[in-house]
Design a protein around this ligand. Structure first.
Ligand code: GPK
Length: 829
């Protein structure tokens, strides 16, 4: 929009091509240009990392073109947008994903090879962006990819942490945490927007004042911090659409604390002001334990406040009447971490836009949707009232007002059932008064989503039963999904090529349902041959990684059996390790002949434990001592190996998952809300050994029970089993392996005592003992299937063929249609 400067505009356009060119010479010129002028290295002397930087900047230029076009297109069309609020985004590396989505990977690879560089080698130079903990955070990243690919007008909002999730370093088998100061080498994928800033207020007091004869609340803050936008363009695949992920960084505000400057202690005042930056400095590493820390609450409000100001600014650019707000805005709460947005939007509507409570509340009820990711009541976030009242006094008042109105309404509906009123109240009474963020979110959202069918069932019958009885229509579910762009195309190029060859099209990359077409060739000998080759290539890559990392040589003929995810008691990595000890013990007691029948295994475990989670850390140590024992036992050889892969993150996952034959998902039924790792393994033709939990139940429907190894108690049986507690008979095999640990077979018996105590007798909350035999049977079934190569390959093909339902494209489309009510808005090519 050049307005009056038309002459100038024409001249400027004449100076540039409309778009950058993608022929080899243009790409090479661009890369060298960036070597010389962006990276500031001589184009006659630069290393791989500098080449990566120059490459990334050339890609970024092309990304920005499409991003501009998309933003302009959205602005012109002014569609209803969804604003996806999440405190965590686990993006991993960006380069490969971006060039593939832009459709210029091969061009870049060719251009580079003529310069003597290998694209893959340069791609390895990139560090991971780990702005999240685990499943929830990676889900956000997958969903952004799908939102862009499906042309939805969406904006992601989050925090630009300076320190991502800690790096896990293993010393003598113990986990140590190292800070991840990831921005050290610059980040070519973000665009700093120094002019897009908003003040965020904290502390202070609220006073009553009169405005035009009406009483209104005025919040006089005690501290002010500036939020600066960093934009991360997210390209779609097979579309020009490139959407925005806007992450906020905290910077000191000029108005931070005027007082101290006036008192004359200049240096102290500057140091104090600088502290503002700490708000966005660090990602909290314990997923799902809330400790009532002020900094965490500050982070939540900081990103919510900046995002809400940004959303209002955009709305007010083109709209005057707030009644149109719900026609233009959908706000998605990714768990309760951003739920303060509810109070913040209300505050702005009431105190700044001066709407009546009635009108403001009406808007709130139409714009918010809430997705919860947990099954356990302890996993629900609570904020101490004192903490909230001190940091955000006006918000606490607003939450009390919401609660007052809600409870009054509720009394009319259910009468004076005090137990139920107490349970449903937003305020939890007790020694410490708390705000229940989940109740706030359910009450104020028009829809509440679970992340799998079973999860939703548990929400309706347990966690939110009281609310379900009141508002059944609010409760929905959208089974999670993952993006096939990242989890097949980027991470498994050989499988990608194979699938496209057999389906005769690449269309499945946008339309995952086409994968089902592989079923037609499930017994085709030629496909079997090629399929096995692909797995082999990926196993070699993984084996080389294992050797480079630990010096351990593993046999490619062995079954690669993988369990990688955050370490949690409910995920039962311990069950896996006990199974491995049992296997070891069995082999040791076998004669030569029987040993010949043993299916060789390479057991791979990986994942981070929250720094304060003692038991999880002991599980990591146990894995190491058991590995030490087994791997150094010459008597065992290639029959069994155990490897712990340190620092599991997105880029490690991209290498591990395609190389797995079998993957384990062992959560006690009813504890894993969905699980998304399993989906990635499934897409890569990896067989699943799993409990009937979360989304696994839906996988059985897609690929059939015969093609998976299911075991263990069902969700509805778990409660009864727990009640039986002490009377439950634990199998001898189980007691034997636990005894081996207790007796110091692997050393460190004092250290492991508390771990053993947790799984024996009445304290076996996650039912390792109860599920042990069934687990061993499933393992035996997997061994049996593996020896029958043809059968195994068929199961593997059918796993990938049936994985279509678990694409985040499907999830996002369901959200768009049934929750957000938004339409695609496709940029013309
Ligand atoms: C759930 F509650 C939480 C949490 O704090 N962090 C997290 O990663 C996971 N999750 C669930 O445990 C998974 O079952 C689920 O697939 C994932 O969120 C995404 O919904």
């Amino acid at each position: 929009d050049f307005g009056e400067r038309k002459g100038q505009a024409e001249r400027m356009l004449g100076l540039m091509d409309v778009f950058l060119k993608n022929d080899p010479i243009s790409l090479q010129k661009d890369i060298l240009h960036h070597v010389e002028y962006t990276v500031a290295r001589s184009r006659f002397s630069f290393d791989d990392f500098e080449a990566y930087q120059a490459l990334a900047h050339s890609v970024r230029d092309r990304l920005i073109e499409r991003w501009h076009d998309t933003l302009i297109h959205f602005k012109k069309e002014d569609p209803k947008r969804v604003y996806f609020l999440s405190l965590e985004f686990l993006m991993g590396r960006s380069l490969s994903n971006i060039v593939i989505n832009l459709g210029i990977r091969d061009q870049f690879a060719d251009a580079l090879s003529q310069l003597g560089f290998d694209f893959e080698v340069l791609a390895e130079q990139e560090g991971d962006a780990c702005l999240g903990n685990g499943g929830l955070a990676r889900l956000s990243a997958c969903q952004m990819d799908s939102l862009a690919t499906l042309d939805y007008p969406a904006v992601g909002y989050g925090l630009r942490y300076q320190y991502g999730l800690f790096r896990q370093v293993i010393v003598d088998g113990f986990q140590h945490e190292q800070p991840d100061y990831w921005l050290n080498f610059g980040n070519p994928w973000e665009i700093e927007r120094v002019h897009i800033t908003y003040p965020v207020k904290f502390y202070g007091t609220v006073t009553d004042e009169f405005l035009n004869g009406e009483k209104c609340k005025v919040w006089v803050p005690g501290e002010m911090v500036e939020a600066v936008a960093y934009d991360n363009p997210i390209p779609g695949y097979g579309t020009r659409n490139t959407i925005n992920l806007r992450l906020w960084a905290a910077k000191p505000s000029d108005q931070h604390d005027m007082e101290s400057f006036n008192t004359g202690d200049y240096v102290d005042a500057v140091v104090n002001r600088q502290r503002a930056e700490s708000i966005s400095s660090i990602l909290y590493p314990d997923d799902r334990s809330y400790q009532g820390k002020e900094l965490r609450l500050k982070q939540q409000y900081f990103f919510v406040s900046a995002s809400v100001q940004d959303i209002f600014r955009r709305f007010k650019d083109t709209h005057k009447k707030f009644d149109e707000f719900p026609e233009k805005v959908a706000l998605q709460l990714n768990d309760t971490h951003p739920s303060l947005a509810i109070a913040e939007v209300l505050r702005v509507l009431l105190d700044e836009e001066h709407l009546s409570w009635h009108r403001a509340w009406d808007i709130i009820c139409k714009i918010f949707s809430f997705t919860t990711h947990t099954v356990s009541p302890e996993g629900l976030e609570k904020i101490p009232v004192d903490l909230l009242g001190n940091l955000l006094p006006r918000h606490l008042q607003i939450i009390y007002d919401i609660n007052f109105n809600f409870v009054e309404e509720l009394k009319k509906m259910i009468g004076l059932d005090y137990d139920r009123l107490t349970r449903m109240s937003i305020v939890e009474e007790g020694a410490v008064k708390n705000i229940r963020m989940a109740n706030l979110s359910v009450i104020c959202s028009h829809s509440v989503n679970g992340v799998s069918r079973l999860h939703s069932e548990l929400l309706r019958t347990k966690l939110f039963k009281d609310f379900y009885d009141l508002w059944p229509h609010k409760f929905q579910y959208k089974t999670n999904g993952v993006t096939q762009r990242r989890w097949i195309v980027v991470s498994n190029p050989s499988l990608c090529a194979l699938i496209s060859k057999w389906l005769g099209t690449e269309a499945w990359i946008r339309d995952i349902d086409l994968l089902i077409g592989l079923r037609d060739y499930a017994t085709n000998a030629e496909l079997h041959q090629e399929w096995k080759m692909v797995k082999k290539v990926n196993k070699i890559r993984l084996a080389e990684y294992i050797e480079a990392m630990s010096g351990l040589k593993v046999s490619l003929d062995a079954m690669f059996d993988v369990q990688t995810k955050r370490i949690h008691e409910y995920k039962r990595q311990l069950l896996n390790i006990l199974g491995i000890i049992h296997r070891y013990d069995c082999i040791k007691n076998m004669d030569k002949n029987d040993r010949k029948k043993v299916v060789p295994r390479v057991c791979i475990i990986g994942g981070k434990a929250a720094p304060g989670y003692e038991i999880a850390k002991k599980i990591i140590k146990l894995c190491h001592v058991v590995a030490e024992r087994i791997n150094n036992d010459n008597d065992i050889g290639d029959l069994l190996k155990l490897v712990f892969i340190p620092d599991y993150n997105v880029s490690v996952a991209e290498m591990v998952i395609p190389g797995a034959d079998l993957s384990q998902h062992l959560s006690t039924a009813g504890h894993e809300a969905s699980g998304t790792g399993s989906m990635k393994f499934l897409m890569n033709g990896c067989l699943l050994l799993a409990t009937a939990d979360g989304s696994t139940i839906e996988m059985v429907e897609e690929i059939g029970q015969d093609n998976m190894f299911l075991f263990g108690a069902k969700a509805h049986e778990v409660v009864a089993l727990r009640k039986k507690g002490p009377t439950l008979k634990v199998p001898l095999q189980f007691s034997r392996v636990v005894r081996m640990i207790r007796d110091g077979h692997f050393g460190f018996e004092d250290y492991f005592k508390s771990l053993c105590d947790k799984i024996e007798g009445t304290s076996d909350y996650f039912l390792l003992g109860a599920d042990f035999m069934s687990y061993l049977e499933a393992q035996a079934a997997a061994d049996k299937a593996f020896v029958d190569e043809e059968r195994w390959t068929k199961m593997s093909i059918l796993s990938a063929a049936g994985s279509g339902r678990f694409s985040s494209d499907r999830t996002i489309q369901e959200y768009a249609e049934n929750t957000w009510d938004i339409q695609p808005c496709r940029c013309p090519f």
